[in-house]
Design a protein around this ligand. Structure first.
Ligand SMILES: O=C(CO)COP(=O)(O)O
Length: 136
């Protein structure tokens, strides 16, 4: 599965803690991420993350473009609900595209834990049939 890792600044520690805790599961999958989040996850875990731009510089939109083509299977996007983001429209657009393509999306640590355990259990097998199929 191809997994996107994104975290707003105040949620980056959550993402690093999560990536360390579930490193063994994440290692079995292809990881992509926004610039700063992906770099921090690589430094903390040694896992490889394909990097896109930083979120405010278009990274969310680049990841959204992959979702639009149904090329992502899981998005872990830890949002900060207490800080205004200059690129809020990009954030909303990414969430919308996940809904469009039925791509599982966690916007907080609690949901991410449940989804990653589901991933380990094989609950994402249905994605194999849908992968790369757009708007069906
Ligand atoms: O802003 C972000 C998501 O909206 C995250 O971007 P960075 O990982 O580059 O900080």
């Amino acid at each position: 599965m191809r997994i996107a890792l994104i975290a707003h600044d105040k949620k980056k520690n959550d993402m690093i803690t999560f990536a360390i805790a579930y490193q063994n599961i994440l290692a079995e999958h292809e990881l992509v991420g926004t610039g700063t989040t992906g770099t921090k996850v690589m430094e903390a875990t040694g896992l490889h993350v394909t990097l896109f731009n930083s979120g405010p510089l278009g990274g969310d939109q680049q990841i959204g473009a992959l979702v639009a083509e149904n090329k992502l299977d899981l998005i872990l996007f830890f949002r900060d609900p207490l800080t205004a983001q200059p690129h809020e429209p990009d954030v909303i657009a990414l969430v919308r595209l996940c809904d469009l393509q039925q791509v599982p999306l966690a916007t907080n640590l609690g949901t991410a834990e449940i989804l990653i355990k589901g991933l380990e259990r094989g609950d994402f097998a249905w994605r194999d049939a849908r992968k790369d199929k757009v708007n069906e």
